[in-house]
Design a protein around this ligand. Structure first.
Ligand code: MN
Length: 137
């Protein structure tokens, strides 16, 4: 089963570009165009990882991330924030909101794929450790 990635993005060009990169790399891509539908889609689809645009038309990506991190079902899904605001403090704001990672736009293909692979690997190792503990206990 390919890993399922939810991309929350309101800009159709960014959506198309990232979908193309991820699909070519063998990932299954699901999409949401704003923060609230992003949260709803995460809850119904349980993706392996979420790419979160920060500037969204309803609630922003940081607010959407904090709401998901407050939900026990969604809190363990890694969230990588994508932001065009390369301002000082931006990374800190993303991490404070509960984002696991952070990438500045424009998205660079190799950086995107490497970051996703790293977080998927970390998440699957954490999952295996939990399973081992359950089995041992
Ligand atoms: Mn946007």
């Amino acid at each position: 089963m390919p890993s399922k990635i939810l991309y929350v993005e309101d800009n159709p060009q960014n959506m198309r570009l990232v979908r193309k990169i991820l699909t070519a790399a063998g990932y299954q891509v699901i999409e949401a165009v704003d923060g609230l539908s992003g949260i709803a889609t995460a809850a119904s689809q349980m993706p392996d990882l979420i790419l979160m645009d920060v500037n969204l038309p309803d609630i922003n990506g940081l607010e959407a991330t904090s709401r998901m991190k407050a939900s026990p079902e969604l809190a363990t899904i890694p969230v990588i924030a994508l932001t065009a605001n390369a301002m000082h403090g931006d990374r800190e704001n993303c991490l404070a909101a509960g984002c696991n990672g952070y990438l500045a736009k424009p998205v660079m293909k190799n950086e995107l794929l490497n970051t996703i692979a790293l977080f998927l690997k970390t998440a699957s190792e954490a999952h295996k450790q939990t399973e081992t503990k359950v089995a041992a206990g």
